[in-house]
Design a protein around this ligand. Sequence first.
Ligand SMILES: Cc1ncc(COP(=O)(O)O)c(C=O)c1O
Length: 385
Amino acid sequence: MNASFQITERLENRILELSATEGGPFYLYDTEIIQQNCSRFLSIPYPAKSIHFAMMSNSTPQFLEIISEAGLNIFVNSRVHLEMAMQLGYHGEEIVFAASAMDETTMIEVKQSGAIPILDSIGQLNKWFALYPGTGVGIRCNIGELVVPKRTLAGYFLGKESRLGLTLDSISKLEGNPNISGLHIYVGTNITDINYLIDCYNQVTKLVGLFPGLQYLDFGGGFGIGEKTIKEFDIETYGQRVSRLMSQVSEKTGREIKLILEPGRIIGVNSGYFVCKVVDIKDRNNQQMIGVNASCVQFPRPLFYPDDAFHPVMILHKNGYSNGKSGMASSIYGCSTYSRDFLARDIVLPQASIGDIITLGHAGSYCAAAHTDFLGFPKAKEFFL
Ligand SMILES: Cc1ncc(COP(=O)(O)O)c(C=O)c1O
């Protein structure tokens, strides 16, 4: 299995330059692609909207500066990321903070920051209202009983199999509470099926009438590129459909309800490349086994999602790029002794040689941000075009 990707001359030249000077593996991001992804979300026609980049997908400061300059707000789920967001200049409602099992210290910090809080259970609401009676909060809704939940990358985010959000029963107990200012849903991750997203949103809109103080609907993130078969998420069609839905909600409610979105993966995924070098090659089980000067802890999606992570590969030979359309069964393994240290498995690649440069695509989201100290390799450096 393999898929090719296009690379600009500018990018190729920079990869060659950096490979000549860098001793280790590195990430390279195309700034223009990040900016284009941001502006596609900002072009969603519904006027009362706020687009919050999900920082967990890429928390590299330079990446965040690009996001902030492009005009996106921010979504965080931890105190460290909240503090980083504030240092970057985000404040108040430019920040959405959603988490589960928030302790009191976290709640106090969130309140002091002025961020929009999204809570995950009745217990969390009780704790919040004890600290801050009469203040507005959003609730994460698990509307799994109203839809047929679909398994997405990393499992179920709706229904009985998800640990997250308030069930319908809990939500209905809050009916009439004037301090519920928003309803939040996170349908799943890496979704390309717009119908599923809109169907789930539709169910959430049915709860709007329960809450007289409602100000916003937060439909979370989850916009994807698919795994193995790479698809382009159609933001334009999505934008039209979500805008139509929001206009209907606002009309029915008699006031403008704000739309909040929290895209993560889709903002960076196709902007980033992970680059490493071939150090050793061996044959094993009729496969070309390519050993590189990097470990899966530096490029961790294949470690976290061994069955699903898919990153197109290019090999830069001395005579130029090859995207592996023809070739032999291959795997790319890391330089530790850890048995699961693979960067790609069971793909088709042309014959590689020691010293070739390997570029893995779709490496701009949940890659650098997921670095782990396990095995003892340094965080790969990150560069921006
Ligand atoms: C509540 C919430 N919002 C947004 C995101 C970003 O999701 P994605 O990268 O799938 O767009 C996540 C990721 O887990 C999340 O949990």
